[in-house]
Every structure is written in structure tokens, then in C-alpha cells.
Design a protein around this ligand. Sequence first.
Ligand code: SAH
Length: 229
Amino acid sequence: MAKKLIILLLLLLPLYSFSQGAHFRDRQMMVKSQLEPRGISHEATLKAMKTVPRHLYVPDEYQRWAYMDRPLPIGYGQTISQPYMVAYMTEIVNPGPNDRVLEIGTGSGYQAAILAEIVDQVFTIEIVPELGKRSKEILQKNYNNVHVKIADGYYGWEEEGPFDAIVVTAAAEYIPPALIKQLKEGGKMIIPVGSPFMVQQLVLVKKEDGQVFSQNLMPVRFVPFTRDD
Ligand code: SAH
């Protein structure tokens, strides 16, 4: 009996470790080939990208493409950004272990999971109820420091602010004033700005000595920032 059990375990073990290892290796490869060569160097960001199982945040039919250098559809006309863009937007706000961070556009929940690995508290807002519910489920299963709200992120999350960093993952025509207000002194916000379905600018906003500075970083293409009405 014991012998049979050992044989069974020996047979199952390689299968198990292969299935775990395959994605583990995919993540290491993703970091080595897509992130490091393009200059991502923030240690905590790289560690989070190596840790979070991106395949669990995309719809089943796209799981095998989860670690490729491309965005993927997540339903409801929305997309999860390519891994590099997630890493770049995370690194640029320089998140630290004691930070409170606001994300607008939860989508799949992947960017929120990356942030949750690095900072103290993540607040994330999604306007599409179905996406909000789906990502809330997976995020709450894996993290106790992520708070998901289904609402129009235009108004931010005033009761929980101000925030050390704000990450906006949908392209707005202009920077919502409430978000600037909810950014802490010394804080950073990253936001794509521009018209829907055109090339937009990824903008870094900093608040220093009560003044707001913004800097265009690169042309990007994001899904539009929509409004409740
Ligand atoms: N960060 C996401 C990217 C999702 S795409 C991820 O890691 O998967 C951008 C998301 O922003 C979409 O899910 C879209 O529904 C959402 N969105 C667009 N306008 C919004 C708004 N006003 N408030 C909150 N979410 C919004």
C-alpha cells in the first residue's frame, strides 16, 4: 500500500512541478527578456513582476499568451496592458512599502496585484461592474491590502486619500482635478492623456511645494476613460 502511494506520488510530482515551473519560468523569462533590457530596474517592481501569476488575471482562453510582450483582451472591450507598460507605470511612481496608492481602472486586477506586492494599501476603482466584481474576487483571495470599488474614478476616493501615488490605466481627455487634489505633497501620478483611440501621451504629474508639475513621457495607446453619465 505504502509502496503504491510512493509510486503514485513519484509519478505525480514531476507533473506538478512542471505545471508550477512552467509559469514560474515564464515569469522569470518575461522579466529577463521584456523588462530588464528596456531599463526597468526598480527592485520591488521586478520582484512583483516575477511573483504575480499574470495568467490567473486574464480570461481562460488567453492564459497561454499571458506572459507574451503584448496587451490582451479582458472582455467588455477592455484590455490588460503589456507587462512592460505595467512595470513602467509602477516603477515611475516609485512605490514604497508604507505607501497608499490609488489606481483608476482595475480591469483584470493585475496592476492592482503588482502594487499590492509592493505597497501598504491599494485602493482601486473600476467603472464596469462585471470587471470590478471579477477582479475583486481574485484580489481578495490573494491580498488583504487591496480595496476595490465599483464607481466612476473621475472623482477619486476622497475618504481614503491623500495618496502617495496614483496610477490611471485609462486615457482621459484631461487630468481629473479630484485626482490632483488627492495626490499627497511629494506624490506622483501617472496617467495617459489624450483622445480615445488616438495616440495619447503618458504624463507624469508631481506635486512639490504645493505646485503641480507635469511631464510627457511617451506616446501610448490606452482604452478610454469613460464617465458614468
Ligand atoms: N489596470 C488594468 C487595465 C484595465 S484597462 C489591468 O491591470 O488589467 C482600463 C480599465 O479602466 C477598464 O477596465 C475600464 O473599464 C476602466 N475605466 C475606464 N474609465 C473608468 C473610470 N472613469 N473609472 C474607473 N474605471 C474606468
